[in-house]
Each structure stands twice: as C-alpha cells, then as structure tokens.
Design a protein around this ligand. Structure first.
Ligand SMILES: C[S@@+](CC[C@H](N)C(=O)[O-])C[C@H]1O[C@@H](n2cnc3c(N)ncnc32)[C@H](O)[C@@H]1O
Length: 323
C-alpha cells in the first residue's frame, strides 16, 4: 500500500480497494457516482433496454435524453430495477472497504437526494453505521421546471393550457445536497477508540465560523475563479471542512471515486495523507496535475483536459457572487 500512498491510481475501485491494508484508513470521503445517469461513468446498472440509456428510436443521436433521468414512455420493470442495481453496486465496494477502515473511522459520501437512500442501505448492510445526513447548501442550482401549459398549447390544447397555467413539471430548485456521514462501529467505548485509533471525535473548534460552532447545514462553495475540471466537481472548501472535522494531520484519507482529485487537493493543503482512485485515466492525469500545481486556479496542460465547462462555471460563479 505504501506505493500508492499520496497518489492517485487509475482503475476500478472494486479492484483497487482490496490492495489496501486492513485497518489502515482513518477517513473515507467520496463523491460517489450518484447513479442518476449524469454520464457513462454514472450508469451503474445492466438495463440496456431502458429508454434511459438512449436505446429507443426516439433517442438515437440525442445524448440529451440520457440527462432526463427518466424513460420517455413510462417505466418498464427493468427500469424500476435500476435503483436496486445501484444499491448492489454500492454494497460491492462498501463491503470491500469495510475491513480497510479503522474502527471508529468516519466515512462521508456525497449523494443525490433521490438515490442516496440506496447507498445508505448498502453501507449499513456492509457493516457501517449511519451517524447523520449533513445538508450541503449551495448558493444556486441548475434548475429546469417546464411550464406544462406550454407543452399543452404546443399540442393545440388551448383550453387545457389555460386551465394549467402556472403549473410546472419537475422539481423545486435543488439547492442542497446530502452528505451521509457513517462510522465504522468499534468495540468498547468511543473514548477508547479515540485513544487507540485517534478517530471518532470531531474537531469542532477548527471549523468554527465567526466564533460559532458548525451545525449540520454546511454552506461552502467554489472559491472565486476555482477552475472546473469535472462535471461533478466538488469545491475544495467543502472537502476541507469534512477533513478538518474528522481527521488529524498526517492521517490517511481515501477517496475511491476521486474524479479530478478535489479530495486529494484538500488533503495536500491540510497536511493529510491521501489515496485516490478513478476509473477514468484522463481524470487521474488531471488530478495528478492539480496536485503538482501550487494554486487552485492554475490550469493543467492543454492535453490533460478532457472537457471544458467554462460557460457553466461562469454562470455558477457569477450567481454565487450575487447571493
Ligand atoms: C462524482 S465523480 C467525482 C468528482 C470529484 N468529486 C471531483 O471533485 O472531481 C465520480 C467519479 O467516479 C469515477 N468512477 C465511476 N466508477 C468508478 C469505479 N468503478 N472505480 C473508480 N472510479 C469510478 C468516475 O470516473 C467519476 O470521475
């Protein structure tokens, strides 16, 4: 395991977690795939017949359908099995992870409001205990709630369109994301495990803001001009908050789904050791390059950039400034 300490490794977490030493990880923090079909890496089921996967004739050549997150003509039985398949995938990696964590260690996972419950059940089934669900409040959120009256008027249903004026399809603006906080159960008392493993307590004093202790509603956002490498990238500041809360200097933090390396960047800034995995070698290149850079904002070499999200970034950053 020493060879991969303070490094990011390309590969499937399910193949790499077994390489870790048992009882070695002080904290695991991961923005795991949410299972909402955000991208190919987020499709964690075998349902190739689903309209969700772009297989229906209506979807040919239209990648936007993948992002709808729902089939276009109702849900087949196979579509309805997707959440359980996501849960099974979470159970597979969580069971491998369990022996690698120290007793009393914290495990934080970011998740989607509509799929996190499946991950929670999987992690409980693999042995972890749920401590809390933190709410990470964002200054804004990408939101589209279509006016149903417009859909109806496009179908020529003018009377219905009038009747449904003011009604919309979809959800309310999603301005918070859940972070499930688990711990590995320990023998004897919490004080014994803090003394033995130096995990299990919270460094509340280190994360105070304006002299006040934190609560479980956490407001953190990207720093101004923090560069975006990954579509699902998390602000380094929220990771710094969690790392500071749950670990001491030099302890080992694992992120098995590290993407562009935000967890490792936060560890490096806080003098924690880290191990990161990602199945996409391009993200691993970016993550390594972020680690060798001295600034959050510096760009990696051109060839290391698989995608750009600059329009999206600018909108979010400028909206964040106004809130
Ligand atoms: C939500 S993203 C993480 C983004 C990250 N928090 C950041 O700030 O850049 C999840 C990542 O998990 C990776 N992934 C998906 N399946 C994986 C697997 N089986 N093993 C390792 N990584 C995987 C994806 O490539 C993706 O980059």
């Amino acid at each position: 395991m020493d060879e991969i300490l303070n490094d990011i490794v390309a590969g499937d977490a399910l193949a790499l977690i077994p390489l870790l030493n048992d009882d070695s990880i002080h904290c695991c923090i991961s923005d795991i795939p949410y299972g909402i079909s955000l991208d190919d890496w987020d499709v964690l089921h075998n349902n190739t017949n689903s309209a969700l996967l772009g297989q229906s004739p209506a979807q040919k050549g239209k990648s936007g359908f993948k992002r709808r997150g729902k089939p276009i003509r109702g849900w087949s039985e196979a579509d309805r099995a997707i959440p359980k398949e996501y849960q099974d995938w979470c159970f597979a990696w969580a069971s491998l992870l369990y022996p690698k964590m120290k007793d009393g260690a914290s495990l934080f996972i970011f998740g989607a409001r509509r799929t996190l419950h499946r991950a929670i059940v999987a992690l409980e089934d693999s042995g972890f205990l749920l401590k809390d669900i933190l709410a990470w409040e964002k200054p804004n959120a990408h939101h589209r709630a279509q006016r149903i009256s417009i859909v109806m008027s496009r179908r020529g249903l003018d009377k219905d369109s009038e009747k449904w004026s003011g009604w919309r399809l979809g959800n309310l603006a999603p301005i918070w994301e859940p972070i499930a906080w688990f711990f590995k159960p320990y023998p004897h008392t919490i004080t014994d495990v803090v003394l033995k493993n130096e995990v299990g307590a919270m460094n509340v004093a280190a994360v105070q803001s304006d002299g006040k202790n934190p609560n479980n509603l956490i407001k953190r956002w990207f720093e101004e001009d923090e560069h975006r490498w990954h579509e699902a990238q998390k602000p380094v500041s929220i990771l710094e908050f969690l790392i500071t809360l749950a670990t001491r200097k030099q302890q080992i933090v694992l992120d098995p789904f590290i993407g562009s390396g935000s967890t490792a960047v936060a560890c490096q800034r806080l003098n924690r050791q880290f191990i990161g995995f990602d199945i996409n070698p391009e993200y691993v290149t970016i993550a390594k390059s972020r680690l060798s850079s001295t600034s959050l904002y510096e760009k990696t070499p051109q060839e290391a950039q698989p995608q750009q999200y600059s329009m999206f970034d600018k909108r979010i950053v400028s909206e964040a400034k106004t809130t």
